[in-house]
Write a protein that binds this ligand. Sequence first.
Ligand SMILES: [Zn+2]
Length: 443
Amino acid sequence: MEQPDRSDGFLRVMRDGTIRMTNPVSGLGSWFIPARASRPITNAPGRPQQAVDRREVEMRCEFCEANNLRTPPEKERLVAAGDGFRLVEGVGAPALGESRAAFRRVANLFEVVPYDYWVANHGYRISERDGARMRAYLSDSAGKAHVDALLAAKLAREGRPEEDLARLPVEERALLTEGLFGGSHDLVITGRHFAEGSAAGAAPLGAGDLSQAEHAAYVGFAIRAIEDLHVQNPNVRYVMTFQNWLHAGGASFDHLHKQLVGFDGWGVILEREARLARSRPGIYNEAIIDQASGHGLVLAENDHAVLLVDIGHRHPTLGIYSRSATMRPWEQSEEEVRGMSDLIHAAHRARGSEVPSNEDWFYAPRDCDAPIPWRVLVRWRINNPSGFEGGTDLYIHPVSPFAMRDWVRDRLRRLAAGEGLRGFRLLEDGRCARSPLRAGQAS
Ligand SMILES: [Zn+2]
């Protein structure tokens, strides 16, 4: 294993090979202790693969096409068309099966921040556009039956009998219904549960199993949703965007999806970061990218993004940082978003879909002037934080950042050569040009 050529405040290799790391932005600590290293990195799943009947899984899965009516009314979908995708908005219940969605956007039936929170605390009410979509949907008997079934499911979750639906006060019913159309917590769901033609027992379709073009459409569709949530509900100040992959990664269903949760603040992490970034605008370049480059931990880059082993997280993490001068993803050009997408996709493809992961997005909130670049963290859920972590906020990793770098770089090299994966330059020496991000740089 290659040792770093220097120690800075953020990564220190001890005499016995223990590596102590601190995230320069969050201050969170992670350690790699050689004696506690687990087996070598592989793509083998944590549990034995069982042969599964794909059809049976798809019939049971709430996010599969067969169960389109178990998710709230669809806001919009992307349908494959020629070499690209076509956007279809506001599909009515009877028309759900008329086209095959490559990706769909629906409200989350059980929102983190519910619709009535916005109503009670902000005086918010469904936007004109979403209201019109709601009325059109309900004017159809299939649409109305769909909504009634969803309201019954919501009542059941609260332990209330289905008969309560008929007795619901008008206002309560209106709030619950409006939440299905005008809430601020959405899901972006892939159309397929499994890869086309995958064998019985195959893992479900992960983000890295999509083609690069499909992945770019998926990322672009999520960004469109973030922007739309801001537009529909002006009280939304930030849309937390994440993807939990597999049950062990915190997902309710092993069916690829992203969650977009609008809320009326920035969250503790970004509030702290905004203060830091304002006082030290160059921090992402200096303390993250240049520091990683100094340790040879940068894996790949393109004109719009950088992929590296990111230190100081709860789990071993790959970070993808946008090089754009624009801090909000929905204000970036298509090429800039594609550059990010290609490296996020490469990170997932390299890891393999058998392994649970979390993908978390961070960017400057719309009412924030701090130079916080759009970054995406892909955390490998291969360690389970326990008592030690809870008491110290130091996270023990089963793999060193250098072993992780070597493994991912080898995978990327093979993917580029064998599968023709494009859209990035592999950095064989782990170093990139100094301070490649435009965030915090005088323009
Ligand atoms: Zn499914």
